[in-house]
Design a protein around this ligand. Structure first.
Ligand code: PLP
Length: 396
């Protein structure tokens, strides 16, 4: 049941708004007529206090250079304490417009050409690209599937790590597989980094969205010797559906590491937030708890709906457990079709857009990623379109 105070059921038309999700399908898929469950943003309107905050800026009518204020820091610090029991100090926080910039800056700052960087695959593309586009070597750590659950294989990493390995890029929670790493797992990863003197870049953008019964642990709450190697990237943009605002920050407890990153951020002139970013962060973290609780519930219900629909109508597609994110990672290997065949079926027959597994590197082959942060009515429409032509796929 949808929360009466918040309307997530109504389908909001996002076309013709320069939307990265709904207005780019022709270019990406050769058709504008798809229901697009790919790009990782929500189809929901942002919380009203954020919209009202933006309205005040617009009404003022002056869009000058903007600085961070005390409220910006206080609101994030209190959110991390309230929601994740993590202590963050103001001086540890650096503003950076996007995590996709900060991951690249981190690679540039802390490694040299010829060094290698660890990343788990399947991997979110821009995190992987932060390594290869900076001409560093990838030390690929494939996630291992055990009892339907992915885990990080540190024993294998012990075998392949070299003295040139300098950085570990962790996605926590993990996009696309939906794992929320436990405190024990994170501690093991942290201790591995301490042992090999690696910087640990932890992308925690999905940290606020967890499934019932799952508890997100920020690496910032780990022991001090691990904290001293940390560069944590966080943002309210996924949580409150404001990624177009362009807003993220880094938390770096170690002052020397922080200074190095700060110098690089200054070098490329990325210090000022947009005029909307400060308002967005402050409002999101102080006035939107009820929206956040409601949207989390709605996503959980969407997952339950998706599971029951697939079990009944498309049972060969296996949905992995979702511990966090609003993305479902699904395995279609029982369907006996190639990725190319499946993609063609999605676009030309089902008229639904999803991310094919190899978007997340070769390790993703055999899976798709489906974004469930949409009106349930829209999901229903998409699943019905799929189910109506499912027999064509099964007959292959
Ligand atoms: C794991 C992860 N990191 C970073 C981003 C993008 O963050 P930003 O918009 O701050 O660059 C995304 C967006 O999908 C993501 O899933």
């Amino acid at each position: 049941m949808s929360d009466l105070k918040f309307d997530f059921d109504t389908i909001v038309d996002r076309r013709n708004t320069n939307c990265g999700r709904w207005d780019t399908m022709d270019k990406k898929y050769g058709s504008n007529e798809l229901i697009h469950l790919g790009v990782a943003d929500m189809d929901f309107r942002a919380p009203q206090p954020i919209i009202d905050g933006f309205q005040q800026c617009v009404d003022h009518g002056i869009f000058g250079y903007t600085d961070l204020n005390e409220a910006f820091y206080d609101s994030f610090i209190s959110w991390m304490k309230r929601k994740h029991a993590a202590d963050v100090k103001k001086e540890e926080i650096l503003f950076c417009p996007r995590i996709n910039i900060s991951s690249s800056v981190c690679v540039e700052t802390f490694t040299q050409p010829g060094d290698s960087v660890i990343i788990n695959t399947p991997a979110y593309g821009p995190l992987y690209n932060a390594i290869v586009k900076n001409n560093r070597d990838v030390l690929e750590s494939r996630l291992v599937l055990e009892n339907d659950r992915y885990r990080i294989d540190l024993d294998h990493l012990e075998e392949i790590i070299t003295p040139d390995t300098k950085l570990f890029i962790l996605c926590s929670p993990h996009n696309p597989v939906g794992r929320v790493w436990t405190k024990e797992e994170l501690t093991e990863i942290g201790e591995f980094c301490v042992k090999h003197q690696l910087i640990l870049f932890s992308d925690e953008i999905h940290g606020d969205i967890t499934a019932p019964g799952t508890h997100f642990v920020s690496t910032l709450s780990l022991q001090e010797e691990i904290r001293q190697l940390l560069v944590v990237a966080a943002s309210p943009t996924k949580t409150f559906n404001i990624p177009g605002v362009i807003l993220s920050y880094l938390v770096i407890p170690n002052s020397e590491l922080r200074k190095k990153i700060q110098d690089d951020i200054d070098r490329i002139g990325m210090h000022n937030p947009t005029i909307f970013a400060v308002t967005a962060a402050e409002k999101a973290y102080t006035e939107c708890d009820d929206w956040y609780d409601a949207v989390t519930d709605y996503i959980n219900e969407n997952e339950a709906y998706t599971r029951s629909y697939f079990a009944e109508h498309m049972p060969e597609i296996h949905i992995y457990p979702r511990e966090g994110t609003y993305l479902l990672w699904m395995d279609y290997s029982r369907l006996n079709c190639t990725e190319e065949e499946l993609e063609k079926w999605f676009i030309e027959k089902a008229h639904v857009g999803v991310y094919m597994g190899t978007v997340f590197r070769e390790e993703g082959r055999g899976c798709i990623r489906v974004n469930i942060a949409s009106s349930r009515n829209l999901l229903k429409q998409a699943y019905e379109q799929m189910a109506s032509v499912y027999s064509e796929l099964k007959a292959k």
